[in-house]
Design a protein around this ligand. Structure first.
Ligand code: SF4
Length: 275
């Protein structure tokens, strides 16, 4: 009989032996249970303008305390944040329990802070920290945002949604095949977007990566599908720059222009990013 524990958090469903760490590097089998290894261990913290998350149609002009831990359940070669997303528990972190995070967020309110955003690395793989913090933030009348790749099982999303006010969800590519290459799953992300949009403010970001997500035909289909949720749903189409393992030249501005023009046939609010 196998003594492996199965992680229920995302579609990878890592089967982990005692002491083993999952593909995301942020969860592991400890004492027979798969637990979060990143709980309260922060790699980055900053008071950012909400537009930097990006949110262009939520709390405009305000700031949000942004925190990240480590790990990610995708492995995009072009990751723009690999220094924290592609590392594990060995990385340098600072302890920041949910109570202290909520206190800092409250202390920053006079500087225009509206709450906390869980961002920089993938927050859903460490959902327990988000959940505990979000409850405390809401008790203080503060807002909660997630910047996420949307790759988690529906049960995790349902647990968090009552405490989430806004999400920026990465839509990596319309191609199911390309999603697989990144370690993701198109249908899971589509479900996350559909479900989240019923519960909180949602904006979507597609990083236009050469050969992965820069096809005008795919963008036409992606934007048409997003418009079936709402033509008011904001879409950010961001320019890729070479990072981590990918050295393809940056996305030409002309391509970003064409993608935006295509998406605007379906959606009212389309923004070019990183340009
Ligand atoms: S959250 Fe991490 S450990 Fe759990 S299934 Fe996904 S990749 Fe594996």
């Amino acid at each position: 009989m196998s003594n492996k524990a199965i992680c229920p958090v995302c579609p990878h469903h890592c089967a982990l032996s005692e002491g083993q760490t999952g593909l995301c590097r942020a969860r592991g089998n400890r004492d027979g249970r798969v637990v979060s290894l990143s709980y309260g261990r922060v790699t980055s913290i900053a008071l950012d303008p909400v537009e930097k998350k990006p949110f262009n149609r939520w709390q405009s002009g305000k700031y949000i305390l942004s925190v990240g831990t480590f790990g990610c359940n995708l492995s995009c070669a072009f990751c723009q944040n690999a220094a924290i997303s592609q590392v594990g528990a060995e990385t340098d972190t600072e302890e920041l329990p949910p109570e202290r995070l909520a206190e800092i967020a409250e202390e920053l309110a006079p500087r225009g802070n509206v709450g906390a955003a869980f961002t920089y690395n993938e927050p859903l793989i460490g959902w327990e920290y988000v959940y505990d913090s979000a409850k405390l933030l809401h008790e203080k009348g503060l807002l909660v945002a997630l910047v996420t790749n949307g790759t988690a099982e529906p049960e995790i999303l349902e647990t968090l949604l009552p405490y989430v006010d806004a999400m920026n969800i990465d839509f990596k590519t319309w191609s199911a095949e390309n999603y697989k290459k990144l370690g993701g799953d198109l249908e899971t992300v589509r479900h996350t977007i559909l479900r989240a949009a019923k519960s909180c403010h949602v904006e979507v970001t597609t990083l236009a990566v050469p050969g992965i997500s820069d096809s005008v035909e795919d963008m036409d289909e992606e934007a048409a599908w997003l418009a079936t949720i709402s033509e008011d749903l904001p879409l950010h189409i961001s320019r890729y720059f070479p990072r981590w393992k990918m050295d393809e030249p940056m996305t030409p501005l002309q391509t970003i222009g064409k993608l935006c023009e295509t998406a605007r046939r379906h959606l009212k609010y389309v923004y070019a990013g990183n340009c």
